[in-house]
Design a protein around this ligand. Structure first.
Ligand SMILES: C[S@@+](CC[C@H](N)C(=O)[O-])C[C@H]1O[C@@H](n2cnc3c(N)ncnc32)[C@H](O)[C@@H]1O
Length: 290
């Protein structure tokens, strides 16, 4: 068994991990791993109001795909998913509505990746509304979806502490000012969820049957109540031929603690995100690879 643990099983159809590596990744709590504030590669990340860490994404890419596969991110932001895809030897396609962030993603890949990585994989940045752009991608053309969508319109909230800090540094606090195609600008929560599901429906067509989507989100407060955003996504996707396979908690140990609510009411410091992992259960079409 020890020898077996160090080898990639010939029966492994999911990834290129050994038994030992595989088992480690199935633990349902991960510690978020950023680069550290002083790392030179944080320059581009900082220009975006809500990037995730490409090192966490790389773990998802390693687990849910094989080298040479293609990873899709319909909310590319500053390009973290494509950076992770390249470092793991996968191809990537990313869609971003904002022309500015799409352009910064291209520059980021160019700056932060070795030429050899860029040459040995294909990373494609497409600018536009994912609902329209996804229609131009082939059915069953990707092996994994990894993404983090806007968390409704929470970047608009006045008491958002991260927003106040960014404002004081003159950094962007929204994805766009008034672009109605930006999901972060939809005020009605149900309408926002419907727009999000429209994008995931398009992803389902493009994703091969039985392949996975890993969606990184946080729950958030709306006035006094908590919105279970991760649960809403899981519930709605299960209604559309996705199977909920797991929820990993990403513990954000680096976040600052604020005295929200003190001394009159309980208001949580939300120091974790959820990685909602779903499997595409759409029917296999004749020309689809399993
Ligand atoms: C949470 S951010 C993604 C950040 C990304 N994971 C990263 O690390 O940079 C969500 C992104 O979705 C983009 N977005 C919003 N509506 C969109 C749409 N309809 N089509 C494509 N992108 C959209 C926003 O501009 C924003 O950059």
């Amino acid at each position: 068994m020890d020898d077996e643990k160090a080898l990639v099983s010939p029966r492994n159809t999911l990834n290129a991990l050994t038994a030992k590596e595989w088992i480690q990744e199935t633990i349902s709590v991960w510690r978020q791993k950023g680069l550290g504030a002083n790392h030179p590669d944080t320059y581009f990340e900082r220009l975006h109001p809500a990037p995730y860490s490409y090192t966490d994404v790389a773990r998802l890419v390693r687990f849910f795909s094989k080298p040479g596969d293609t990873v899709l991110d319909p909310f590319l932001g500053i390009g973290s998913t494509l950076k992770a895809a390249a470092t793991e030897g996968r191809n990537g396609v990313g869609i971003e509505l904002s022309p500015e962030f799409a352009q910064l993603s291209v520059e980021r890949l160019d700056k932060e990746l070795d030429e050899s990585l860029l040459a040995s994989t294909t990373q494609t940045v497409l600018q536009g509304d994912s609902r329209a752009v996804l229609k131009g991608l082939g059915e069953n053309s990707v092996d994994l979806v990894v993404t983090s969508p806007p968390y409704w319109n929470i970047l608009h909230k006045k008491d958002h502490k991260a927003k106040q800090e960014r404002e004081s540094k003159g950094l962007a606090t929204r994805y766009s000012e008034d672009d109605s195609l930006d999901l972060g600008n939809i005020d009605d929560y149900e309408a926002f969820l419907e727009a999000l599901m429209d994008i995931f429906r398009n992803c389902q067509r493009v994703l091969k049957p039985k392949k996975h989507a890993a969606i990184v989100v946080s729950d958030f407060r709306e006035g006094p109540r908590l919105r279970m955003f991760h649960a809403d996504i899981a519930r709605l996707m299960e209604q559309e031929d996705w199977t909920l396979k797991g929820i990993t908690i990403l513990h954000q140990t680096h976040k600052r603690i604020f005295p929200y609510g003190y001394p009159t009411s309980y208001v949580p410091n939300i120091h974790h995100q959820y990685i909602v992992i779903l499997q595409n259960n759409k029917k296999q079409t004749e020309n689809a690879e399993a």
